[in-house]
Design a protein around this ligand. Structure first.
Ligand code: VGL
Ligand code: ZN
Length: 208
């Protein structure tokens, strides 16, 4: 398939913090970089996201005495998975991967910058109330279809894809342009949920 001119390639959180050597490494995370660089040639519109947390963010285990990374905690908006400190605003871990070559990208959207609220999704924070503004931006530009890539398949990619679908976009996740964290079956659960909602799963070879 050839993405129409009202499509966007959404590149989620391809940051140092999520690849080998980062604070929250996704296995083989850096492998998405050449795939995304190549895919970008087929798109007129490209948007990137950056996970962009305050120091002592509520999603960090270190902010909750006695808690460890990959445990959960109850926050006012629901159950929150706790993570190692990662993607702190302005640090090297929060920088985009150096081999990502997307000079034509039009917007870099930062998310997760409210200290007490996480934001896996590029569209809506984890309180399920606060918008990032991305849907309005895309709709204002006439975008109808979103192709989601990046890290991690089972967290930020899946939440972004599900929200995009809910907001009325046609949504494709390009599987080989993503890599997963996969905690306790989270990857299988994410694909199940995405399929059930009508998010389409494709491969980079399906795009021309
Ligand atoms: C992510 C966990 C915490 C992601 C971000 O980009 O998938 N995962 N923050
Ligand atoms: Zn995060």
């Amino acid at each position: 398939m050839k993405p129409a001119c009202n499509s966007v390639l959404l590149v989620v959180d391809v940051q140092n913090g999520f690849v080998e050597g980062g604070a929250l490494p996704v296995k083989h995370g850096a492998d998405v970089v050449p795939v995304i660089n190549e895919l970008s040639r087929a798109f007129d519109n490209i948007v990137l996201t950056q996970d962009w947390h305050t120091p002592a963010h509520a999603s960090f285990a270190s902010s909750h005495p006695g808690k460890k990374a990959f445990e959960t905690i109850e926050l006012p908006y629901g159950t929150q998975m706790l993570w190692p400190d990662h993607c702190v605003q302005g640090t090297d871990g929060a920088a985009l991967h150096k081999d990502l070559k997307l000079p034509g990208a039009q917007l870099i959207l930062r998310k997760g910058y409210h200290r007490n609220v996480d934001s896996y999704s590029a569209f809506q924070e984890a309180d399920h109330k606060t918008s990032t503004g991305l849907a309005a931006y895309l709709k204002e530009r006439g975008i109808k279809t979103v192709f989601v890539t990046g890290l991690a398949t089972d967290f930020c990619v899946a939440w972004t894809a599900l929200d995009a679908h809910e907001l009325g976009f046609e949504v494709y996740v390009i599987e080989d342009a993503t890599r997963a964290i996969d905690l306790n079956g989270s990857l299988a659960a994410a694909w199940k949920q995405m399929s059930a909602k009508g998010v389409k799963r494709i491969q980079s070879a399906d795009i021309e």
